[in-house]
Design a binder for this molecule. Sequence first.
Ligand SMILES: *[C@@H]1O[C@H](CO)[C@@H](O)[C@H](O)[C@H]1NC(C)=O
Ligand SMILES: *[C@@H]1O[C@H](CO)[C@@H](O)[C@H](O)[C@H]1NC(C)=O
Length: 185
Amino acid sequence: MRSPSLLLLAILLGAAVSLQSAADTPELLGAEKTTRLRFFLHDTLSGKDPSAVLVARGEGRTPKPEDPVPFSSLYATDDLLTEGPEPGSKVVGNAQGLYISSGRGKLSLVLGMDFELTDGPFNGSAFVIYSRNTVVTHPVGRELAIVGGRGKFRMARGYALLRTHVLDNNNGDAIIEYNVTLHHH
Ligand SMILES: *[C@@H]1O[C@H](CO)[C@@H](O)[C@H](O)[C@H]1NC(C)=O
Ligand SMILES: *[C@@H]1O[C@H](CO)[C@@H](O)[C@H](O)[C@H]1NC(C)=O
């Protein structure tokens, strides 16, 4: 009966190890902090080097002047984040991921994007938004959920308040103000 007892020992050790790491977690994380960030996201669909590129779109969903991002359009993004709203403003990060046009009536997007900062005290850290973005219904003060983070934003949760600074209805180009509140460790 050697092997069953070895197996039992392995199981017991495994349990001990997982109990140990669970007990360590609060100490490793440290106290919770609150960080507020403000920046402008540039989502550029037009031109030779767009920051948002169409990946797929449902059959029969043709873009129209009044509806440049029809329901079902899926975009890949590498959008710049800048300090101010001007296109030449200092770059502070980028938002990589995707969004899908998910409103059948009014333009509404679901975003799944990783916002990495490339400047300042949080250089290299990132937070993640996975949320609905009610572009048309709430041009000002729409709220998106922050569901996680990396680096100094490990275990982040929080919210972002958005305001459309510019939206070109002809080509879909947009500059969006973000006010972010993050709780992290
Ligand atoms: C941000 O971090 C990267 C990688 O460590 C480094 O190359 C870059 O110089 C940093 N940028 C600033 C503005 O500190
Ligand atoms: C973001 O914060 C600034 C400064 O506090 C404020 O003027 C602006 O209206 C806020 N914007 C949004 C979308 O919450």
